[in-house]
Design a protein around this ligand. Structure first.
Ligand SMILES: [Zn+2]
Length: 372
């Protein structure tokens, strides 16, 4: 499977359909959603048929869509693949199929650039996450990347019988000794976590441990891990199955992502309100993009709007047809937002696609931080 990296996405984003448009196709092939393969084939068929209508007789795009249909009819191994991203342009010998272990939103985009927005989101929302589960005698460390287990380690410190896993020693004199043992155990757990981190780096660490242990554990964690500590309230504990741990980690990742988006939108609103380096709304964003002032783009998922693209001066506007900047006749495009996202990515701007953020929706569903 091709590994999706930030640089791979930027390489894709830099491709241009010189003679013919590029076909970008995302397919949700999740076997848990559509268990019967013929149902998937039928769904893809409908999607491609709709795209062929939009292809407007472009031969190259027709070939791309036909080839995508063949790929799906040929069978997809869905044991590990839940999403597909396909970038094609028959005219340019471009054919790139990326298998993803996570779902995507099915769509076909026909444009002069590849539509990499969803790939970017997948990458952003599936940063490697470390999970540390600890009780009074066991420690388990997991690392998941793109929904798959890439690292795992366990540690066990046997407790004397009378202390048991609950650690409630009846004999008062032994309490200090018992506490010292737990202390030692947490130290070992923290060490295991850091060893795993050195093997498989992760962006976030979440901890599942009973309340009194969690705080103690943090004191023993390596500073690198403390810096990545996102939550100590994972809904699962030691002994949970791999699937349960993964599900809890992914739910946590989604929560963290939404929180991060909310903070970003808050900063954007404040910057715009105080006359800082930020703009809100589509016209302002397109203007910033055209004048190369765009720093970071923030957009609501699903936001689309028709508009115009000027190939004369590489700019985008909401209203055509003649370019105010260079006087050229512009090209009408179905979705100027998608164009703006691709252009921003291609020029190495960061793009944040926010999900269900009501604040951003009120602000016009799109905004940007400016370079100057
Ligand atoms: Zn122009």
């Amino acid at each position: 499977m091709a590994v999706i990296t930030e640089s791979a996405i930027r390489e894709l984003a830099a491709i241009r359909g010189e003679r013919s448009p590029i076909t970008s196709c995302y397919l949700d092939v999740d076997g848990r959603r559509l268990a019967r393969y013929p149902d998937l084939e039928h769904e893809v068929d409908l999607l491609l048929r709709g795209a062929k209508v939009r292809a407007n007789g472009e031969q190259s795009v027709h070939s791309d869509l036909t080839r995508i249909g063949r790929l799906v009819r040929g069978g997809i191994d869905r044991s590990r693949t839940r999403g597909l991203a396909i970038f094609a342009c028959a005219d340019q010998d471009l054919w790139e199929v990326i298998e993803l272990p996570v779902r995507v939103h099915s769509q076909v985009v026909i444009n002069h650039v590849p539509a990499v927005g969803q790939l970017e989101s997948v990458l952003r929302e599936n940063e490697p996450i470390g999970v540390l589960l600890v009780d009074r005698q066991r420690a388990e460390m997991y690392v998941f990347e793109l929904g798959e287990l890439v690292g795992h380690s366990e540690h066990f410190d046997d407790l004397p019988r009378d202390e048991g896993p609950r650690g409630q020693s009846d004999r008062g004199g032994h309490t200090n000794q018992a506490e010292a043992r737990v202390h030692q155990h947490l130290k070992s757990a923290a060490k295991v976590a850091f060893e795993v981190y050195q093997e498989h780096e992760f962006a976030h660490l979440v901890v599942g441990a009973p309340e009194p242990l969690a705080a103690d554990l943090t004191a023993h964690l390596h500073p690198y891990l403390v810096a990545r500590l996102a939550s100590q309230r994972l809904g699962v504990g030691v002994g949970a199955s791999h699937d349960q741990v993964l599900a809890a980690a992914q739910a946590m990742e989604t929560t963290l992502e939404r929180r991060r988006e909310a903070a970003l939108v808050g900063r954007l609103r404040d910057a715009a309100a105080s006359g800082g380096r930020a703009v809100l709304g589509l016209p302002g964003v397109l203007e910033a993009l055209g004048t190369k002032r765009l720093g970071q783009l923030v957009v609501s998922r699903g936001f689309a709007a028709p508009g115009w693209r000027c190939d004369g001066c590489d700019s985008f506007v909401a209203i055509g047809r003649l370019c105010k900047r260079c006087g050229e006749e512009m090209v009408e495009v179905d979705d100027i937002v998608e164009e703006a996202v691709e252009a921003a990515l291609a020029s190495s701007c960061r793009v944040e696609i926010c999900v269900d953020n009501a604040d951003l929706d009120v602000m016009g569903r799109i905004g940007a931080f400016l370079r100057y």
